[in-house]
Design a protein around this ligand. Structure first.
Ligand code: FA5
Length: 335
């Protein structure tokens, strides 16, 4: 048998223990361990409840009340401590994850079209307005379309003019866009009015005006009754549209196996000293028309191939072709 006084003493000692230690707990984990020590199934308070059986019948109700009070008080103490620690933990988390809104943000610059793309698209739009279509052909080309069909037979010395990268005996990286003329004419009947912009490759040593990779725009117009006068007029309109006033043009005789007569077009920017060769051109050679099944007695045509880099250099006063391919943002962002 246990006296009620004895139980009261034990209750108050558990109570003192609980109250004095609870304030020293600094983490939620420690608090939980502490709660189990008192309120767990085998905790100090549960153990006290087990003593009820040894209390005298008449005092059991009072004892039960005392124990229940203790239990309620303990629960309240834990809950309040839990709240304190919880909000402290939250404060700490907020402090550690704080964002400094005054720091400079991460800058995602918006890209824009490369100057060569801009120039190419502008050339396209000028000719589209004049009723030309835009055609495309492969950069990996065969010898037939690049040379033979263009009236440059194997072993002809003119092949040397196109310092060509060969992939194998019959396959090459096109050194000009002229093979696209052949591909278009093979598939369509006259009249043909196309331009073809595209990348070209040559075994040229890199210098201020030459690059092993560069871009050309090919133009081809085949129809009844075309003459060199039409070519000259078209060139003048185009150059005026693209460059505006003040640019000089010079045509001189040249030789291309696929045009007869052939000309070379040079240009000079306002106030510039040097002439720059910008395109080769001429009347399509009758042999080429025959190769694609056209009748040179019925249709005539003219063609040119211009260098896009050189056009851009003239227009913007760029003195070195290597700047286009150097990926230097100080250059690229100027356009
Ligand atoms: C040709 O390539 C002829 N296919 C052009 C042509 C087409 C003539 C149709 C007649 C009829 P040419 O080799 O001259 O011609 O090159 C034409 C232009 O390409 C040159 O005027 C120049 O502007 C440009 N070009 C040639 N090689 C390079 C290079 N390595 N780097 C930069 N531009 C180049």
């Amino acid at each position: 048998m246990i006296e009620l006084t004895e139980l009261r003493n034990r209750i108050s000692s558990v109570e003192d223990d609980l109250k004095s230690r609870v304030q020293t707990l600094n983490t939620l984990d420690a608090l939980e361990a502490f709660r189990i020590e008192f309120l767990g199934r085998k905790g100090k308070i549960s153990e006290l409840f087990k003593l009820l059986g040894q209390i005298e019948q008449g005092e059991r109700a009072t004892a039960g009340k005392l124990l229940n009070n203790l239990k309620q008080e303990a629960n309240a103490i834990f809950a309040s401590r839990q709240e304190d620690l919880g909000s402290a933990a939250l404060d700490q988390q907020i402090a550690s994850e704080r964002i400094d809104v005054t720091l400079p943000g991460v800058y995602h610059p918006l890209g824009h079209k490369h100057v060569l793309t801009q120039v190419q698209q502008e050339i396209e739009s000028i000719f589209l307005r004049m009723g030309f279509d835009v055609a495309a052909g492969p950069e990996i080309e065969d010898e037939y379309h690049n040379f033979e069909a263009l009236n440059i037979p194997a072993d002809h010395p003119a092949r040397d003019d196109w310092d060509t990268f060969y992939i194998d005996d019959k396959t090459l990286l096109r050194p000009h866009t002229s093979p696209v003329q052949i591909r278009v004419m093979e598939e369509t009947q006259p009249p043909v009015r196309i331009i073809c912009p595209g990348r070209c490759y040559r075994r040229d040593t890199q210098d201020a005006t030459h690059s092993p990779v560069f871009h050309q725009v090919e133009l081809l117009w085949v129809e009844e009754g075309l003459s060199l006068a039409n070519l000259k007029y078209l060139l003048e309109v185009f150059i005026h549209e693209f460059f505006g006033e003040g640019y000089e043009t010079r045509l001189s005789g040249d030789f291309f196996p696929f045009t007869e007569p052939s000309v070379q077009v040079h240009m000079r920017a306002p106030r510039a000293k040097d002439w720059l060769e910008i395109m080769g051109a001429g009347m399509v050679d009758p042999a080429v028309l025959t190769n694609v099944g056209y009748d040179p007695e019925v249709v005539t045509g003219f063609a040119f191939g211009l260098g896009i880099e050189r056009m851009a250099m003239l227009r913007y006063g760029i003195d070195d072709i290597r700047l286009f391919f150097g990926n230097d943002l100080r250059f690229i962002t100027q356009f």
